[in-house]
Design a protein around this ligand. Structure first.
Ligand SMILES: NC(=O)c1ccc[n+]([C@@H]2O[C@H](COP(=O)([O-])OP(=O)(O)OC[C@H]3O[C@@H](n4cnc5c(N)ncnc54)[C@H](OP(=O)(O)O)[C@@H]3O)[C@@H](O)[C@H]2O)c1
Length: 364
């Protein structure tokens, strides 16, 4: 039985991500009418969560889980159990999957509940993107299986992004590009996209990565060509290309745009795994960098295919991805504040080898 009187939270300083701390606080001993208390069991932690922190202010990620002044609680994807409830949409003992704080507990206000799940209707979340407010019931989720929980936490939100980018590129005939170049090719979101691109017939798939990660990326077998960042001038600039940028490094983007110039047909900014590099922003040759906004492509397809049609297509590709990905990644579980801090700092510093998939819990 979970301790429901104290919660342990992991916090970072908003303006200095290297400063982090663990704090205890009381869990409300009486829930208000309409509230439920979740025990946050475990969650995945990847560079994507660092991006949530690096863009916490600009993209409002800090607003999901309020923290003491000057600090932030980084959102993560994971599983939780309803411990106590005064809300109709959440019964004690139920297990859910969704967007959670790095904490042992979360109080939610379940609204719009149905067989599939519920939304957190807490006032501070109402204006935030709705996809982050939905909690899926494991008992009715067709994509849930106990044996793939770790892969679900690590990859499901990332692979949805990979899938929507692949769809955007296919939908636009690759913007007349013959090659798709991915930065941070060793990242989970990038190799999810490479997996989908390779399975299609559209374009050659080129991965750019750090020198030390070349071997890992080559071993995945879903890139046609893999290069270290320093070797981009060995690419064929006469081949029209598309750039999908997961690294977010200004100098890398600038070098690639200047190298391909007008042959860079589309430039898609997805992430900033190299979060501590200058971001750039100056006018560049080739296509103007466009921020990838997953909900736009999802909404377009939901209109064309219906939400069920969209989810059925995604589910088929997700099932195909689950096979190989389990051999690409070693899942490592860490429990307790010390383990959480160690993985957080290693991820922030870019020191987590790409074959590691970290699952964490603030419970010892
Ligand atoms: N816009 C969206 O909707 C969306 C959704 C999902 C993910 N993303 C973005 O995609 C990116 C990848 O996320 P992920 O969770 O898939 O990553 P991940 O699997 O944890 O990626 C790890 C890789 O990122 C690079 N990296 C990480 N930290 C670094 C650092 N401090 N310095 C230099 N390189 C670092 C390294 O790759 P290399 O050596 O290959 O560079 C590393 O192998 C993130 O920026 C994330 O925010 C965006």
């Amino acid at each position: 039985m979970a301790d429901t009187t104290q919660k342990t939270g992991f916090y970072v300083a908003r303006t200095d991500l290297e400063k982090c701390s663990v704090a205890e606080a009381a869990v409300p001993d009486m829930l208000e009418e309409g509230q439920a208390l979740l025990k946050v069991e475990r969650f995945a932690f990847t560079a994507n969560n660092i991006t949530y922190a690096a863009f916490g202010e600009a993209m409002r990620y800090w607003e999901f889980f309020p923290a003491p002044e000057g600090q932030g609680q980084i959102p993560v994807w994971g599983f939780a159990e309803v411990v106590t409830s005064r809300a109709e949409g959440a019964a004690p003992g139920e297990r859910v999957y969704g967007y959670l704080p790095m904490s042992t507990h979360l109080v939610v206000e379940p609204v719009k509940a149905d067989a599939a799940g519920f939304f957190d209707g807490a006032a501070h979340r109402r204006e935030l993107p709705v996809i982050y407010n939905h909690y899926v019931r494991c008992a009715t989720d067709p994509g849930y299986a106990a044996k793939t929980e770790e892969l679900q936490m690590l990859f499901r939100p990332l692979f949805m992004t990979s899938w929507l980018i692949n769809d955007l590129l296919e939908d636009n005939d690759f913007f007349d590009g013959k090659a798709v170049i991915l930065s941070s090719a060793s990242s989970k979101t990038a190799f999810g996209l490479a997996f989908l691109l390779k399975a299609g017939t559209g374009a050659r798939v080129i991965g750019l990565t750090s020198g030390g990660n070349v071997e890992f990326v080559e071993g995945l077998g879903c890139y046609d060509q893999v290069l270290a960042y320093d070797d981009i001038t060995t690419l064929d600039a006469s081949e029209p290309a598309v750039f999908v940028d997961f690294a977010g490094s200004g100098p890398l983007r600038s070098a690639l745009h200047h190298f391909f110039a007008e042959n860079l047909k589309y430039s898609c900014s997805v992430g900033a795994s190299h979060w501590d590099q200058p971001r750039g922003g100056e006018a560049l040759p080739g296509a103007k960098p466009t921020l990838f906004f997953a909900p736009s492509q999802a909404q377009k397809r939901a209109k064309e295919w219906g939400t069920a049609g969209l989810m059925a297509r995604f589910a088929a590709d997700w099932a195909a991805f689950l096979g190989p990905v389990s051999s690409w990644i070693s899942v490592i579980e860490g429990r307790g504040p010390t383990a959480v801090e160690a993985v957080y700092l290693a991820t922030l510093a870019g020191k987590v080898p790409p074959h590691e998939g970290h699952i964490l819990s603030l419970w010892d």
